[in-house]
Design a protein around this ligand. Structure first.
Ligand code: AQP
Length: 325
């Protein structure tokens, strides 16, 4: 039986991955490599639609690729590539522009959140989901492993596949989303918001920041929201999620019992989260340290070339189907 096809991307908007990226998406990318034919992409065209540092972008692409390799993406098994090396992504996006409804784009919550209170909102930010749909469908993807903040965009992608197929004849499969057991990691400084770089330094933990900094961010994690309720507060829930993802089951169960019996000490919970998280990411950090950037560049160039060969076949067929000469 032929393997299903995966595509997923990450924006090189910072120099390294954060825990949200890792637990929400990348951990699954690594796990699914054996069962799927996978393409993982540094989506650099998605990184230029909001303010960005042009002098840093190129290095960020390389650094994020190095992070992904350190996390366990295997370039012998999967394609690791960057988007701007394969112009068919933007070519297909333009074609999809013609079949995307303005109203559908207006409903995208990420656009609403990211455009709020901004003086300059680029058309690229509005059109972002179209390029994402092109990224996915260009490779006849069947499965998209992402955090749940991307669900609405994958839904739009399915709709575009349907619309294309009904106008021009069956061609694109409708991809499914796959989540990890933690599809939304929350900010420790504001446990009601998603862990995210754009909220600022204290709202995310990078896989590669100093242990002191990780310790201090976990130690200052918000636990009480001041509201009296019988339910676990969002901050404590978030710490338990990180513990579940990093510690042995017995450690997690012990803290759960403490919580139920009312004997839980937040400091002990935070220290356990710190200790287990750091041990989990230690091997990744070590692999990252020894990595040659020349080798990373070679992996990316090779992956982009292999991806382009596939993308060119799709674009050729799409152009024929829509009547271009
Ligand atoms: N907090 C999160 N929990 C679970 N999954 C997450 N992802 C991102 N944040 C979380 C998933 O990571 C993949 C890459 O997403 P991206 O390119 O949007 O990553 P990002 O730019 O690093 O996300 P940020 O930090 O949220 O960026 P800003 O603040 O700029 O918007 C996706 O699969 C995403 O779901």
């Amino acid at each position: 039986m032929s393997k299903g096809k995966i595509f997923s991307g990450i924006r090189p908007t910072a120099s390294s991955l954060h825990l949200g990226n890792y637990f929400g998406a990348v951990a699954n990318w690594v796990k699914l490599q054996d069962d799927y034919e996978a393409i993982y992409c540094l989506v650099d065209y998605h990184a230029i639609i909001e303010d960005y540092d042009k002098d840093a972008l190129s290095d960020r692409v390389l650094n994020m690729a190095a992070d992904l390799l350190a996390c366990g993406i295997d370039p012998q098994q999967s394609i690791l590539m960057f988007q701007s090396a394969v112009p068919e992504h933007t070519e297909l996006a333009w074609i999809f522009n013609a079949i995307t409804s303005y109203g559908d784009l207006q409903r995208m919550t990420q656009f609403k959140d990211k455009s709020e209170n901004k003086e300059f909102v680029s058309a690229g930010l509005f059109n972002y989901p179209i390029l994402m749909a092109a990224d996915i469908l260009l490779y006849h993807t069947t499965v998209v492993p992402v955090g749940d903040d991307q669900d609405q965009h994958v839904e739009l992608t399915r709709g575009l596949a349907r619309r294309f197929n009904s106008r021009y004849g069956d061609y694109f499969a409708e991809p499914e989303t796959i989540h990890t057991e933690a599809p939304r990691i929350m900010s420790l400084a504001d446990p009601t918001s998603k862990m995210s770089k754009s909220l600022g330094e204290k709202h995310f933990i990078s896989l590669f920041e100093s242990e002191d900094s990780i310790h201090s961010k976990i130690r200052s994690a918000v636990t009480d929201t001041g509201l009296q309720t019988d339910e676990m507060s969002p901050g404590v829930k978030s710490l338990f999620t990180l513990l579940k993802l990093s510690a042995p089951e017995s450690v997690y169960a012990g803290f759960e019992t403490d919580y139920q019996e009312g004997t839980l000490k937040y400091v002990a919970l935070k220290d356990a989260v710190y200790e287990h998280l750091v041990s989990l990411i230690q091997p990744i950090r070590q692999r990252r340290e020894g990595m040659s950037m020349e080798e990373v560049r070679r992996v990316l160039d090779d992956g982009s070339e292999r991806a382009r060969a596939q993308a060119q076949v799709t674009i050729k067929t799409v152009k024929q189907k829509i009547g271009l000469p």
